[in-house]
Design a protein around this ligand. Sequence first.
Ligand code: RP5
Length: 174
Amino acid sequence: MSDIAGLVTARGDGAPLVGIVMGSDSDWPVMSDAATVLEELGVPHEVGVVSAHRMPQAMLSYGAAATSRGLRVLIAGAGGAAHLPGMLASVTSLPVVGVPVPLKHLDGMDSLLSIVQMPAGVPVATVSVGGARNAGLLAARILGAADDGLRSRLDSFRASLEAAATAKGEALRA
Ligand code: RP5
């Protein structure tokens, strides 16, 4: 357990409910969007590098211990041969949200297909290429199903989107 805790950094008030992990620190410029939106919504989370290929034993331990450590949703981002989300989903029954991280070659199509084409029985909720903010929002929605306060904050967030879109339409017509 202490080894696992050493892989991640907790953020926000309270015990982390969402684990945001990625294959490399080079994924952070994309994956930080998930952390940002969870911070905006007041959802405690943890972030860390847990590479499926470079540290496979630690990755499996992290996934297997996620529930007992108090996590309720995992967000996993990786690029290229992006096996991290699927492998975590294979060792936990928590919902796993996968973020395809675009790399220099192939425009993220390799990442997308690696994450989305899971075998039957082992689901990963895949967001768009680079869609870490939506991954954070999806994790918040999953938690919000049983948390009235969080769901209310998500309602306010949706209302802000509508207000912004309406204002842009009005500016266009002016
Ligand atoms: C993947 O390889 C990582 O998720 C990252 O997207 C990619 C490149 O990693 P680095 O070589 O930048 O560490 O496993």
